[in-house]
Design a binder for this molecule. Sequence first.
Ligand SMILES: NC(=O)c1ccc[n+]([C@@H]2O[C@H](COP(=O)([O-])OP(=O)(O)OC[C@H]3O[C@@H](n4cnc5c(N)ncnc54)[C@H](OP(=O)(O)O)[C@@H]3O)[C@@H](O)[C@H]2O)c1
Length: 351
Amino acid sequence: MMNEKIKVAVLGATGSVGQKFVELLTDHPWFELHEVAASERSAGKLYKDATNWIMSSRLNENYANLTVKECKANLESKIVFSGMDASVAGEIETEFANAGYFVISNARNHRYDRDVPLLIPEVNYDHLKLVKTQPYKGGIVTNPNCSTIGLVLALKPLYDAFGIRDVNVVTLQAVSGGGYPGISSMDILDNAIPFIGGEEAKMEKEPLKILGELVENQIDEAEVKLSAQCNRIAVIDGHLECVQVNLKNKASIGEVKKAFGEFKSEPQRLGLPSAPVSPIVYFEEDKYPQPKIHRNEGNGMTVSVGRLREDVHFDYKFVVLSHNTVRGAAGGTILVAELMKAQGYFDEVLT
Ligand SMILES: NC(=O)c1ccc[n+]([C@@H]2O[C@H](COP(=O)([O-])OP(=O)(O)OC[C@H]3O[C@@H](n4cnc5c(N)ncnc54)[C@H](OP(=O)(O)O)[C@@H]3O)[C@@H](O)[C@H]2O)c1
């Protein structure tokens, strides 16, 4: 597809999501990790000294010896992935976009900007066109919240085939979703915590934008009633979600399973490097999916679904599992960048 790899930077490279970026960019066929950046506390140190590496793969030696830079818009790489803390991400990302960089972000700050796509490549790839309406020299694209991504990927085939009226979701979310070092072990071991600040509001709002329709450069939000309850549990990676849905049109269990199983979209058609062969895998076994066993399905990019059955209050209920720092953060963001590259969005800033 190309001879030279595209140089990229990771902002917030020392954090939980940042480390996952560094891990997933190792040997990426299109992108080369050229710079890492973080807060003033880390800037100037070697990456291996600034970060407490918690990934299961070994830190690539070249990356270990990169000097951490400040998150300032004077980097050499024109494509930047953001895993910065949301308390600072908004302004810094705007500075980068104004200076001609393309920012693909995991932070919540720009998710509801009218001209910023909130993108899951398999679900709303057409929303990417919004980038062309942005006032920036470069651009900003955002990745949804980690629990939203698993939910909406599983809802999309049902939304397209049968329509969805109502959704009720109860989550069991991994500790890595709270960043590093995250919640204290004394608080989470032998425990479950029925509150994750801001999470329920995000889960009730983000799907409406993502499932919305792009009409004349604006998104008409989807009309689905959503209710979410979010819990933190003592799992390292992998968010489990118990979902109930009311469909607009009647569908048999067989038809719903078929919709899950056959779902494929633009990333699969384009053969993007991080696109899983199947975005959704359905398990027939009653005890599946489970975080420890299935979070790495499709290299962490496939959403696992199981336990589909009829419900007394809703039409159907089922369980969804997705890897929160891969599909739900760094991996999902890299897939967005691959889609942008394949569709020529980077051509201007790279020439
Ligand atoms: N964890 C997940 O599953 C997940 C999923 C989706 C989205 N997100 C979002 O992704 C972002 C990162 O999450 P995380 O879990 O990786 O958090 P984290 O582990 O706390 O990492 C935060 C990162 O932000 C950097 N940072 C802090 N203050 C900064 C400043 N003033 N200037 C520049 N960089 C600064 C930190 O650098 P230092 O090490 O130098 O402090 C660190 O690299 C957040 O916005 C989060 O909401 C997380």
